[in-house]
Design a protein around this ligand. Structure first.
Ligand code: RTP
Ligand code: MG
Length: 137
């Protein structure tokens, strides 16, 4: 069964909508195979978003991701990676379709509520970044 990684970002954790967001996944056919709440270090965030290291928004992205705890989750199901990206909506919540997580819970392109792996290869690497095999059920 396909797996992907979700991160509920600090803005959504601070708004106390973790349960509401996890419900979107479960209500749309995805299963929670692993989940935990953690505070990322600066080194964690820089490593996780290394692909964006040269982008102008990298510094702000890292500072935002360490501004409070996040909830990292392994989602499992048919087409889990694509399904999660569809449920999230566009990166900029102003462009996100009605009913998506970002349309309903995100504030701005920086504070945009969730991260989701964008390829199966990245999903496998991102899951390994956060979870050991025994934590994934
Ligand atoms: P994510 O990686 O967090 O799931 O978001 P995404 O795939 O929809 O967007 P991506 O292009 O991977 O960008 C990662 C995060 O960087 C911030 N960003 N800011 N100011 C900007 O132009 C800009 N572009 C991207 C967003 O917070 C985005 O989620
Ligand atoms: Mg991305």
């Amino acid at each position: 069964m396909e797996q992907t990684l979700s991160i509920i970002k600090p803005d959504a954790v601070a708004k106390n909508v973790v349960g509401k967001i996890l419900d979107r996944f479960e209500s749309n056919g995805l299963r929670i195979a692993a989940t935990k709440k953690i505070q990322l270090s600066k080194a964690d965030a820089e490593a996780f978003y290394a692909v964006h290291a040269e982008r102008p928004f990298f510094g702000e992205l890292v500072e935002f991701m360490i501004s409070g705890p996040v909830v990292v989750t392994v989602l499992e199901g048919e087409d889990a990676m694509t399904k999660n990206r569809d449920l999230m909506g566009a990166t900029n919540p102003k462009e996100a379709a009605a009913g998506t997580i970002r349309a309903d819970f995100a504030e701005s392109i920086d504070a945009n509520a969730v991260h989701g792996s964008d390829s199966l290869e990245n999903a496998a690497n991102e899951i390994k970044f956060f979870f050991s095999d025994r934590e994934i059920c």
